[in-house]
Design a protein around this ligand. Sequence first.
Ligand code: AMO
Length: 469
Amino acid sequence: MRDSTSWEPTSYRTHTIGQVSQNGSSMVGSEVTIAGYAETVRGRGAICFLMLRDGTGRIQAFLKKDNMDEGSFDSIQAASRESTIQVTGVVAQKRPPKVAEGEPIPPPEYEVSVSSGSVLAVAATPLPVGVTDDVQVGLDVRLDNRHLDLRRAHVNAMFQLRSKVLQYGRDHLIKEGFQEINSPKIIAAAAEGGTNLFPMKYFETDAYLSQSPQLYKQLAVLGGLERVFEIGPAFRAEKHDTYRHLNEFISFDIEGAWMDDEDVMGVQERMIHHIWTEVSSNDQGLMEVVNEFRASQGLDPVSVEIPSVPFPRIPYCDAIEIVKEGGGEIEWGDDIESHHCDLIAAKYPGFHFLPRWPMAMKPFYIHHKEEEKGSTGGQLSRGFDLNYGRDEMTSGGAREHRVDVLEQNLRNMGLEPKDFTFYTDGFRYGAPPHAGWGLGVARLLMVLTGAGNVREVVLFPRDRSRVTP
Ligand code: AMO
């Protein structure tokens, strides 16, 4: 449950339920108005026990017909689970449960002795997804009913963790001098290759949904913003159907002037180290909620192990050798696929960088040094990935800042420099060498929370078969 210590009253409540249940001892005798979902409604006749939950806690409300308006009492007593209810009453200490001699006395609990109340919205029955009961439903049903799924404690905890990860990441980058930008999502040219674009009609012309802020974050840096970051949507028309691909995902990007690939790998590992450190000291309660659910499913708990920095760096050429030694079939110039990554992860199970990929496998904007060649003589690049286990978290690299080389790279990759003048013009008037990366937020959350599917940590995922809700 969220810490609501500093939340102000609203038109619907004087206090959050968390404020009342956590500060009960100092609030006994005070009148409060609280509002929440009816978790259970028990009691017959003239007495009713209502367990009320909001996003910050749960508390029992005690209703007596004699103490309040009869109609309100009856409607609350008849309310279905998850109906929203507002009550006003006085905070009281609950009668302590009887304990056998020698047993520890439990800490005092508080309740609200209700004098008035009303049902704000009645919940239909049956609920398509159980909120507090442990009824197994498939991911599709849950996603169809995400509004209810989110009320489940561990799902709610996952999204609180997601928000924390973004907050800590943002805090860290700001501390390192990065400033937040927002680049356009309606664009005219592909940053990551033309095959996986979603086309759209933009008045009389054709446009696309952005695959990555790549070209714009570079233009921002070329323009003198020096160090920038963006957390925003990226759209890929890929026909994947996997646990880690979506057609819309949140990309966490940085770009920095006067930096190379090694410099931005440093930014990345420091940021991840900071995120894990902060979660470890502030958010263990959320991890416990996730672990309670995992235990109920027979899954091992996840713990927040702060990774040591620097992360290992396994250059592409070495990675190929590790795969071969592990019995995998791969040649220099091949992509390192997930089953290859399993072989690398056997040696490097945590976060590890894979720097210096062949230039032919990297996008046109990646920098290379002519003298850096692989074992077979192929051109190496300054592009890297960050993996965790078998999964890629991040791609990044030093960028090509020499405009003639950039245009040649475009041609080499079958692209037309004239389609990219809005971008290449940015390099014509003095371009600082620069570098950056793009991190898949949901993939990082999978690592932190142990989720087996990115859809678990994406509010309303978009995949090939889902555009609603
Ligand atoms: P890339 O295409 O590798 O690089 O994307 C960066 C990171 O975004 C995540 N990601 C995805 N997550 C979910 N579903 C998808 N379909 C998906 N595609 C990618 C991955 C990936 O590592 N412009 C470069 C970054 C840069 O060089 O700065 C880029 O977009 O975690």
